[in-house]
Design a protein around this ligand. Structure first.
Ligand code: P53
Length: 474
């Protein structure tokens, strides 16, 4: 058998994309609540367009999302029916600390997660908890400037202390920051950052990156102090860069583009800033404040395992290239003509998954956990409301086969695999509902119409069989 017996099969979601109930039980406003569906979303999440309050004329999908806040029992029962061994979800920071800088947490917010976790444990589903998935309380954005401010590290530590103690013995697997490298591409979503006129963006971004890296190390330290059983992981939006051509400049371009992503994991996994990053700071006149104590904290608190999302590979080019780029999930990259594209223009590259898995394992030699993979597609229910999503089954089967090769033929140590959006939810990139990833269909459209009723797609039974056979029966 390729996969270990205790391989953690499951699905993944994020609070702001599924919970809804944005103002219920004392929850505070968060950055992600303010990302509307439609053409201005990109400007908001990248921090170009300041949207610090709800504005007329926009629809904000996170407000109600798929209302998992009130449907979690029903949804978890369906996950259990598929045989999930794990469920990855994130905590909404502003449920627990509505403003972010309080001394005491909001008991009502915590109760929701108490119940959710107990419901999972009832079915022997291992919780896999992302501490922050693109969210930060708006109060911390408005008053402190988000992660650009070092004080936010302390607030994050408070959050960690509360949850590690509260869920001791119940939650073992933690992820500190979802897709930490997205901070460079979508700073408002990744770090609550909006730019001021004329400021040096790289200076702001890398200082914020340092703060998140510090917070991640601090979280790892606290987690291990509270319970030595805790496993703390980092998380990267992955996908290796292929050189556009064998031209050495393109090969170098691809190599350095990979480093933009790996930089974060290098620090979290090895415990120090790689020389190429320090040289980059120096060459660009960036003055990143990193103290001796910071270095020690980073060095002594590296992660236990490495998680990542994989949707596609990317293409890298030399600086001299005039190649046109296409927008592929917030990464600007030239087109790869060898790959088919999804309805949203994302390349589909199963073999690239094996390459990516191996490149990460070769570099770090720590257990890996694939925590996102999947196909965003338009689903058309038939007259009976049934979705025959063979395209999704094919996509997932092709990717799981490659992951299997990585384990069986290459010997990669793999802890588990969670598909993205195991139940349809709001898209992070576009804010749409119609970009669906789930095994479970949710009746809701881009503008909030629909009954919110849940139903099983064809892929539901397929994934159940994949799990039951431990990945043998694809
Ligand atoms: P969507 C792109 C943009 C934003 C987040 O993406 C992304 C990506 C892909 O790299 O990363 C993850 O919903 C993210 C999830 C997100 C998922 O990709 O734009 O962790 O929150 O939903 C899929 O189709």
């Amino acid at each position: 058998m390729a996969f270990r017996e205790d391989f953690l099969w499951g699905g993944a979601t994020a609070a702001n994309q599924c919970e809804g109930a944005y103002d219920v039980d004392g929850r505070g406003l968060a950055n992600v609540d303010l990302a509307p569906v439609g053409e201005d979303r990109a400007a908001v999440v990248t921090g170009q367009r300041k949207m610090f309050d709800f504005e007329d004329g926009y629809f904000y999908p996170a407000k109600e999302a798929i209302d998992m806040y009130h449907h979690y029992k029903e949804d978890i029962a369906l996950f259990a029916e598929m045989g999930f061994k794990t469920y990855r979800f994130s905590l909404a920071w502003s449920r627990i600390f509505p403003k972010g800088d309080e001394q005491e947490p909001n008991e009502k917010g915590l109760e929701f997660y108490d119940n959710l976790i107990d419901e999972l444990l009832k079915y022997d589903i291992e919780p896999l908890v992302t501490i922050t998935h693109f969210d930060i309380p708006m109060h911390l954005v408005k008053e402190y400037g988000g992660w650009r401010n070092r004080k936010v590290v302390e607030f994050y530590e408070n959050l960690c202390r509360v949850i590690f103690n509260r869920y001791k013995g119940k939650v073992k697997y933690w992820i500190t920051f979802n897709e930490i490298n997205m901070l460079l591409h979508a700073p408002f979503m990744g770090a609550g950052i909006c730019f001021e006129e004329g400021e040096n963006r790289e200076q702001v971004l890398y200082q914020a990156a340092h703060h998140e890296l510090l917070a991640s190390a601090a979280a790892t330290k606290i987690a291990h102090e509270v319970d030595s059983e805790n496993m703390v992981g980092c998380m990267m939006a992955s996908g290796v860069h292929y050189p556009l051509t064998p031209k050495p400049e393109d090969v170098w371009g691809a190599y350095t583009s990979d480093r933009d992503n790996l930089f974060f994991i290098d620090v979290q996994s090895r415990g120090y800033y790689p020389n190429y990053a320090l040289k980059f700071f120096e060459r660009n006149g960036l003055d990143i404040k990193i103290t001796e104590e910071d270095k020690e904290l980073l060095r002594e608190n590296t992660v236990d395992y490495i998680t990542f999302s994989y949707y596609n590979t990317r293409v890298g080019v030399g600086d001299d290239s005039n190649e046109e780029t296409v927008e592929s999930n917030l990464f600007q990259t030239p087109d790869n003509p060898y790959l088919e594209k999804t309805e949203w223009g994302w390349p589909v590259d199963p073999l690239g998954f094996r390459t990516t898995i191996n490149s990460i394992y070769d570099r770090y030699q720590k257990p890996l956990f694939v925590v996102e993979n999947g196909l965003g597609a338009v689903d058309k229910p038939d007259d009976d409301g049934y979705v025959a999503d063979d395209y999704r089954i094919n996509y997932l089967a092709d990717h799981i086969k490659q992951m299997k090769d990585a384990v069986e033929l290459d010997g990669v140590e793999m802890l588990g695999y969670t598909t993205w959006g195991c139940i349809d939810l709001v898209s992070a990139g576009t804010g749409e509902m119609k970009k669906r990833y789930g095994f479970i269909y949710v009746d809701r459209d881009n503008y909030g119409n629909g009954s919110l009723e849940r139903s099983k797609k064809k892929s539901f039974d397929w994934y159940k069989q994949v799990i039951a056979s431990n990945g043998e029966d694809l």
